[in-house]
Design a protein around this ligand. Sequence first.
Ligand SMILES: [Fe+2]
Length: 255
Amino acid sequence: MKKRPFHNFVVDHMTFLVEPDLYKTTYALFRVIFGVSREDLIYEKRSAWPGQAKPASMTFASRLGVEKDARVPAQTIVAVVQPTEPEGASSHVRQMLKNRGGGCAWQHIALRTPDLPAFHAFCVERGVNFITPILKDADEDLIQVFSGEWMTPGGRPTATFFEFVQRDPGPELLKALETASNREAWFRDKTFLGLYGEKENEYRSGRVTPFIDDALARRIAGHLGAREIWEIDDALLEAVEADMLDYAASRKAAR
Ligand SMILES: [Fe+2]
């Protein structure tokens, strides 16, 4: 195989389809959890179907980040996975493909942050669910954590979630993470198998962790009401965020 100059691809954007029930909650989560500012909303398109009383938002494109520090190169990596379990044996990969209509399906997007522990703590404080602790990849200079699945409250699993990574974490951070928690919980070799096993357990038990709890998703949707996304102002997003903080704090106290 010969690599030619035009073969140097970096991710330009990704398209994420969501059901109407989840659209505005997705907007609020992107604004609050991913820190998408008004300037980061680079495109928005409204529908004008014949007979439509009020236009609806068809799409919004969010810039989640811009690489300014070239210390770690921007690179585009696609990991392709197939179900290898014998016919008749349980396989979450096979189930995910089936749920998504078969053939193929994008499963997770890994977003890189310059400070994974800080972002992780920010998320947990706001009620975001993770299915693993922060894991360290033994082969690569990489720490990573995996979120629950993006799903409508009460809906079925979507097989779509996020991974958050930090590359080149440096010896100080690794040492801090090592002492911050039990070493076994934070560090795991073969993180592919770690995630694989975690998803298999979820699909086998039928209890798939959502990105945020159904109860919190309903509370967020309650705040957003009948508004279209261009009618969601910063004061409302602050109310959403305050409710997320409140939800996560009372959930933590109850545990
Ligand atoms: Fe990944």
